[in-house]
Design a protein around this ligand. Sequence first.
Ligand code: GLP
Length: 264
Amino acid sequence: MPIKISKHIQTKAPTLFPDADQASVYAAQQIAELIHQKQREGNQVTLGLATGNTPKKVYQELIRLHKNEGLSFQNVITFNLDEYYPIGPDNDQSYTYFMRHNLFDHIDIQQENIYIPQTNSTPQEVAKYCQAYEDKIAEYGGLDLQLLGIGRNGHIGFNEPGSSFESTTRLVNLHPLTREDAIAQFGTIDKVPHQAISIGIHTIMQAKRILLLALGERKSEIMNKALSGEISVDIPASILQTMSQVEYILDQEAAVLIQEEDRV
Ligand code: GLP
């Protein structure tokens, strides 16, 4: 039975940009400023990172800031949200490959500071592996900032509709719409994995800051529901309405259905 929580809170207005480039540059600036701030304090910074098309331009801008403006990632620890199960790290559809190609190979992050769920555990070992991933995040004092995209069914990470708001890192079954959307990368539906390891909704909610980035018209319907609809496990991202540390960063196309009163 899905949990329904009636809405009594005022959702934060999204930060809107005319296009995807400007929204992505803004998100990258937020991340870069946090890295700089932690460097000034002599501290490490723990970032939760996402995959998919949405964050690609954010990563491009971070690479540009590294190459042209001296942004260093020496004090950065990263934890990726999720990974298909099973998949090898050298498979070019794996998120490990994605992250290397789109970010890590182009910046000065220390290899030992990169954490991405590895999906070589047997089904018997996987729960233990997931707990160890969760423990590692806690060891670093939790996530300072979590970057999120959103699936067309409202998933965050691979926390599909029905995921408990109390969930932590675990093995999940992928929703049919998620698998359908992944055909673009895998080629055919039979090549798309049925499962993934994903950090949980509870893990995400513990992050000190959360940036949810949504770009393009195909995210407009789900963003409208996630921002203004009922808070329900049916739309996992809807729980973020209750969290003051969340910033929604949208381009004009993703915001097209957002009601006037929810705009800045
Ligand atoms: C995948 C990822 C999510 C991501 C979502 C949206 O399922 N696991 O973390 O937010 O897809 O992908 P895209 O940004 O390509 O629309």
